[in-house]
Write a new protein. Sequence first.
Length: 281
Amino acid sequence: MTQTRTGSKMLWDLASYAVLVLLALVCVFPIIWTFLTSIKVEEDIVTREMVYFPTRFTFDWYVRLWSQSGYPVLVMNSLMVTSLTVLICLLTGTIASYAFSRFHFPGRTQLMLGYLVVRMFPAVLMIIPLFIVMRQVGLLDSTHGLAIAYTSFLLPLFVWMLKGFFDAAPKELESAARIDGSTRLGAMFRIVIPIARNGLVATCVFVAIAAWNEYLFALMLTTSQGSRTWPVGLQLMVGEFQLPWGMLAAGGMISILPVIVLFAFVQRVMVAGITAGAVKG
């Protein structure tokens, strides 16, 4: 009986590993295919028969993209907009999340539901009001204006996620700090935020990735090369009579590098933060 159970467990483990490997291949295959396309010559890309592996390797698409187009400016714009968005959410959302977590005031539930309602509606419904407001205040076609636009739909996500991490922080430690003479803000910065720092990092990463990959707002609220982001720049490379697959693939690979580097540095902290936020009490 014991051997039968051991054999069944091994079969289940093998089946689980096979499914996980298959899912991993499905997720990684588009990235691999994009990279292979970016190092192919044009004859291997535009052909009647599928060429899975390049017959000749070349990095000309990367050189042309970086030297003959405005793609470096687009990447820098995306970095600036993403950094400003995360900074605004961090400064305003941290205080708001702490207030929702620790205080019970009139309208608290309605405000939290309002944040959910903002996330329920498609982002396209916010474009026209934002466009009108930004044109009136002079923020249209600017990186800081685009960051404010991103904050309008990413701040509710930031507050909801971070509130869960603050709820998991023991209130007794904060009360002890208050008894020792610390102020409310002092207790928040010295006690609560260090406890929830992994969750704070995880929340910032989610917001940064959403801002880095955003396309619709950047397309509608920017008109010049000096403020466009990389998703808009890639889309504008597609012309009426041309489709530069090699440059598009190279641009895609360059665009995911910051995300990969970010995950490489914060993956442990991010996983720890998500795990901490999932267990309360």
